[in-house]
Design a binder for this molecule. Structure first.
Ligand code: PHE
Length: 392
């Protein structure tokens, strides 16, 4: 039943299931999530299609692995977990609709998602209103958890990520940069926020931002911006965008003979980055939540389990999806009941949870304070360079 529900949820678009879902899903216990039955239902909203499809797919794979392991080990206080995932196609309206459906008709105990900050900002108000805890595995924009006391995340936030990229460029890059151009997606809160945080940090470290140019996600022609950027002669170009746009920018930059390294954040994290950009992305740098080369047995065990199940190496999203789900299950075990407010209280009390992406403590703002890694693209492989700790 579990796998049937999942695949139905994946294949049908939200518009198509809006009516039919009620009957499709009626064979399953509804309202089962809050006890009285032997399952706990959790929801996930994710981009399983569209130009950020690897974000949702990787995350869902990580979550499924966590669910499977937990169920195989006896579930939570004897209850099996059932996951319902909906594709939001990377679109804001669909994200809001997916969460509404999870919360009001599937009666989930908790919601996992989204990856993209802009989409978490669409889903979070619904969870907050219905008092259903939501954990974003990977949305880094500070505003996400500010929506309210039901909203959590297991990743660091962009004031830290901006600092990490700036510090790397100033202090540890193989060729340190004092002049950097910024090219950001003006239509996306993650990108605008990270661009701002980077600029602030970089300037406070004595660096100079030569120019700030904007694009809109999905643009195909970056020539005008890149020509202006080239005119300012920067030592690097900071591009806080998502992988499809970044890959297209890299290709066009090299075509214009701009050969300085590109620098970015976690939005680059996808195998598709190098598949699209090919050698054009080699030598460039980005910050991320985990490195595949990390020798920590916790990381290597996770990679082995993931590889055995999916025949692929997990990216950072897969690791964060796994951590978000495992941290949720840990809170469920400690929670007084599975009501939203009780569960939120248990989530807020999370300290030193041993995740694949590091040790996770939830702070007073419902964020996680964790180090970041810097990676360099080497022959298409994101390769570990250094770890940057949160400032004390
Ligand atoms: N941090 C990005 C955001 O908030 C999402 C992301 C996280 C993308 C990790 C890739 C890897 O929008």
């Amino acid at each position: 039943m579990w796998s049937m529900q999942r695949s139905l949820g994946n294949k049908l678009t939200l518009a198509a299931v809006a009516i039919s879902s009620l009957s499709l899903f009626s064979g399953c216990p509804s309202g089962a999530s809050n006890g009285g039955d032997n399952t706990i239902v959790i929801g996930h909203y994710a981009s399983l299609s569209g130009s950020e499809a690897t974000f949702g797919r990787s995350t869902d794979n990580g979550i499924q692995l966590a669910v499977e392991e937990t169920n195989d080990a006896g579930g939570i206080d004897g209850k099996q977990i059932r996951l319902i995932t909906y594709d939001d196609k990377g679109e804001s309206n669909a994200a809001g609709a997916a969460v509404t459906r999870l919360v009001t008709s599937d009666n989930v105990t908790a919601v996992l998602g989204e990856v993209q900050s802009g989409l978490s900002l669409a889903g979070a108000p619904v969870c907050q209103e219905y008092k259903v805890p939501m954990i974003s595995p990977s949305s880094t924009n500070p505003r996400v958890t500010k929506v309210g006391d039901m909203i959590f995340r297991v990743c660091f936030i962009d004031s830290f990520q901006g600092y990490v990229c700036a510090k790397f460029a100033r202090e540890s890059a193989p060729v340190k940069a004092d002049k950097i151009a910024v090219l950001y997606n003006q239509a996306d809160p993650y990108s605008t926020g990270l661009a701002e945080e980077f600029k602030k940090a970089f300037e406070s470290m004595g660096g100079q931002v030569t120019i700030q140019e904007a694009y809109t996600g999905g643009d195909q022609d970056f020539d005008p911006q890149l020509r202006k950027i080239r005119g300012t002669n920067p030592g690097m170009i900071f591009i806080p965008g998502y992988y499809t746009d970044v890959a297209n920018i890299a290709i066009q930059a090299r075509r214009l003979d701009i050969n300085v390294p590109l620098l970015g954040g976690d939005g680059w994290d996808s195998a598709r980055l190098a598949e699209i950009a090919k050698e054009n992305i080699d030598g460039s740098f980005y910050s991320n939540h985990y490195a595949q080369q990390d020798p920590d047995p916790r990381v290597q065990n996770f990679i082995a389990k993931y590889d055995a199940k999916y025949n692929a190496k997990p990216d950072g999203l897969a690791a964060l999806g796994y951590d978000a789900a495992m941290l949720l299950f840990d809170a469920m075990r400690r929670s007084e009941s599975l009501s939203g407010p009780h569960l939120a209280k248990a989530l807020a009390a999370t300290r030193d949870f041993a995740g694949v992406t590091g040790t996770i403590s939830i702070d007073a703002e419902r964020n996680a304070v964790k180090p970041a890694v810097m990676l360099q693209m080497v022959k298409g492989v994101p390769t570990y360079l250094t770890t940057i700790e949160p400032p004390k």
